[in-house]
Design a protein. Sequence first.
Length: 443
Amino acid sequence: MFLREDTKTIVGTVAYLIGVRKETWEVNYEYYCEGLYNKLESNKNALVIRCLCRLRTRLMLNFKKTDDAIRFEMRNIYNQEWFDQDDIKKLQKNGVEPILTNKRASDYTTYFNRLINEKIQNCKPLFPDWVKWEYIKDLFMIPKYNSTEVQKYEFEKFMAHTELYPYQCYIFWEPDDLGNLLYTDGKFLELLYQMNNDYFGDKSKYKNAVDSVKSNIYEFINSSDKTVLVVDCENSDVYKLYSVLKNCNQDEINKIQKIMLFDDSHTTNGWDYIGKFLKIPVEHIEVDRVTDRKSLVDIKVTAGVCKEFYQNGVSSFILLSSDSDYWGLISSLPEAEFLVMIEYEKCGAAIKDALIRNNTYFCSIDDFCSGNIEEFKHLVLINELKAEIPSIVGKNGYQLTEHLYRQARLEPNDSEIRNFYEKYIKTLVLSFDSAGNISIKMK
């Protein structure tokens, strides 16, 4: 049973940029995107686009009034009450002058459209690499914006179907009665890709565990003086684990005493970097093999848990593994409390039934959103790239990028590969030290 709900980070960002009123934004997104509004408000590029979009929408809604005020009353937009003067001041403060002299409303339409078309590209870093930025960008840009016919068509379309535009804010699209386009990330991405004759199918990017799953984890942590997270790296996905830790309340998660990683040489290098993003101490135990065919990770995990229980007084363990062999450990330590994190595809029905009969709570790390862990994935990829730099001469850049993702055990879509290639591979440069020695470095 999947216990997930759609995230709202992407739609919350789009809603901010197109100019949704703060009060409306908070009602619809604050609970799901705590702190996002203030983060965007402090981002110059986001703030500039927001203010320009708000001015464009207000101009469309009040086009004749604006033109009449300019023509007959000599009142420019900074003297017209239907424009938010705060938007004008914020733009001026950030180096964008929104006021024209001796111009009509049609001139303002062209001007605002030009500014938005020029500056929207600066907002690309606000969105994850796995989303096709071109599709989002096209919601803001009007092609041939300086054409009188295009301006008239967009104006008439907007005025005739204002209620079909998200929160009555203008975007460049063919309006349709689809409900709230910006309701959730899942709905938005599905419709956005459909508009571009494309399909977005990776639900793990925008699905997150429901509050009840997270509450059970917090309650388990709070019910004990000491809780340790024990990870069988050989049977776990490092990116899914990070998505669990990333998408839970940090104050609650940081109550975990430590994370014990029991690792094997055949796993991804991602386990080496997970501690860099956490405030929880990480103990990384490398488990050597006696023979290549036999891993000893499960034995080491069992021994490690017993040591923590008997020597260090730890009574609660969050065990991350889908291996049924650990039922022997759980059933042999009835005095200890266990919460088990599994992956759906790796965990069989028998172990789930055993956990249920034993009243041992379990949840799936598949339920947690993987769409907001870019910083961790990039760290792993960058370190893989650094390791490849001495031997990259003569290699194809796209093939190198694909190789890096394979090494990091990541399954990217085309957008992620292209974005990483453009941002990190194409920008590699030759560097010369004081002695004239040549090396390749990242900008």
